[in-house]
Every structure is written in structure tokens, then in C-alpha cells.
Design a protein around this ligand. Sequence first.
Ligand SMILES: Nc1ncnc2c1ncn2[C@@H]1O[C@H](COP(=O)(O)OP(=O)(O)OP(=O)(O)O)[C@@H](O)[C@H]1O
Length: 292
Amino acid sequence: MANRSAVLAIINPLSGTTSVEQKALLQDALMRRADALDYAPEVVLTTHPGHATELAAEAVGRGVNRVLAIGGDGTINETAQALRRSATALGIVPIGSGNGLARHLGVPLNPMKAIERALTGRPVVIDSGEINEHPFFCTAGLGFEAYVAHAFAQQPVRGLPTYIRTAFRSFWEYKAQPFVLDDQERKLFSLTFANAGQFGNNAWMAPTANIADGRLEQCEISPFPMQAAGMLTWRLFNKTLDHSTYWRGHSITKAVAEVKGPLLIHADGEPITIPTGRAEVRVLPGSLLVIL
Ligand SMILES: Nc1ncnc2c1ncn2[C@@H]1O[C@H](COP(=O)(O)OP(=O)(O)OP(=O)(O)O)[C@@H](O)[C@H]1O
């Protein structure tokens, strides 16, 4: 019998609001379908933060062609970072709260359809970004969105309703910050570096972002009066934020942003604190194969 091609599926058992039973069903279905397609499938459940990166790196080392990340943008980030600049392609099975990368790329949000796509689709080259040493594939950011990411990480329950509650509460607490951005002082509500166009849940910060153009979109939101918040939110979800006078964007390959004191950032929604207050951002053109 010919050697079967290996495929590794990495599942975060804690992602999103899918139950343990639903994830077990998904795992069974994946094993059966991969087997029918003549793959030699392996499934591993992550046991700790960073585990997906270790598993994916090991798979690259032994020449596995496809690694499927079954989880939210955090799990996809951890998996993808080990696949950068390798011949191993990422399959995305989105079961997170926001699923920004999957939505941008048009990956089905139905997990069974996403599994089918990940097993039968073709690899396509996309860019990724780095903020200091932290890779991102969807968005990284400072200001309000980083504040929300840090507040969300402290909530005992994940999922969209919790995210909306956290964002709403954060809006009343957060004060726009002065940033030194490429040597110019700017007071901004938020600053986003977008590889994909959205944060997740179809919240489009960079409506025209192209994930394979070798560039990131740098999107700035100026401080705005309270009465503009409703319209900005509507534009965010209507994919027309770039029409707002409070939004400014341009495409970049690198940028530096600084604050006095520790800087709160996020990379694909994961909260990170930079003690030095200095964030260096850059694009890594054509650095990841994704199965679409
Ligand atoms: N067994 C585990 N125990 C604790 N944390 C884990 C475990 N496995 C993975 N993680 C961590 O969980 C984090 C969040 O996972 P993930 O992003 O998949 O789900 P989510 O937060 O529900 O989805 P979203 O990012 O869409 O909000 C990952 O960044 C990873 O570090």
C-alpha cells in the first residue's frame, strides 16, 4: 500500500462556546473523512497555551503537508506561527468567538464544511505581520482595541455576548492615548495594523485590506464625540468605516509606535503588555500557505 499523506488536526478544547461533546463529534467526523480521502490523520487536543505552536512546529519538522487548526483566532495564530515560511499549509476550522481570519478568507463557518475545505482545498500564499516578536495573521492593535482585549481576557466566560458587554463597558472607561507614531505625537482612540480586514464577527476596521499584497493597512481612529459612537459602530459592521472622517488609513510595510510606560497591545486578539512602551510592526510578505 502506498504511504498515506499525514494530516495533523490541532483542537483547542476551550475555544469558543462549542461544547466538549460537539468537539468530540467534530473530531470523529474529521477522522472518518480524512481516512476516506486516504490521509493518515492525527488529532491532538491542546493542553496549555503555546501547545499548538509546539505541535505545529513538530509537524513541520517531519514534513506534514497539512496542519488543521480547530479553534478561535488565538489557536489559529499559535498554529500558524510555526508554519510560517514552511511548506506545510494551514487549514482553518473556525470555532472561536470572532473568527476574523476565516471570515476574511471566506472559509466556511460551518465546522464540517471547513473540515472538507481544509482536507480538499488548495494552498494559497498570504502575508503575516509581526508586532515586536509577536506574529499576527489577522490584526494587531493599540489603544481601545488593546484595552478591550485585555479586559476580555479577564472574563470567566468567552463568546460573543461577553465580548460585546466587555467592549461596551470598556468604552466608558477608556481614555484616548497620546502615541508617538513614526516620530510624530498623535492622540488616537485606536491604532490598528491590519493584515486581514476585520477583527472578527464582521467588524471591518480595514475594509479594503488585501491579505496577499505584501503590505499592512495602518488604520487610525481619532478621538470622537460621544454622539458619533453609534455611527462609527454602524460603519464598522457595514464595512464603510473608511468613509468616516474619524478614520484614517494607509498601507505600510513597517511602523513604530511608542507610549510613555508600558504599552498594551493585542495580536489577533491575544492581550500582550510591552514593558518598554515601544512597538515595532512589520509585514512578512508571502509567509504562510493557507488552504482555501
Ligand atoms: N488546554 C488549554 N488550556 C488553557 N488555555 C489553552 C489551552 N489550549 C489553548 N489555550 C489557549 O486558549 C487561547 C484562546 O483560544 P482561541 O482563540 O482558540 O479561543 P477563543 O478565545 O474562544 O476564540 P477567539 O480568539 O475567537 O475569541 C489560545 O491563545 C491558547 O493559548
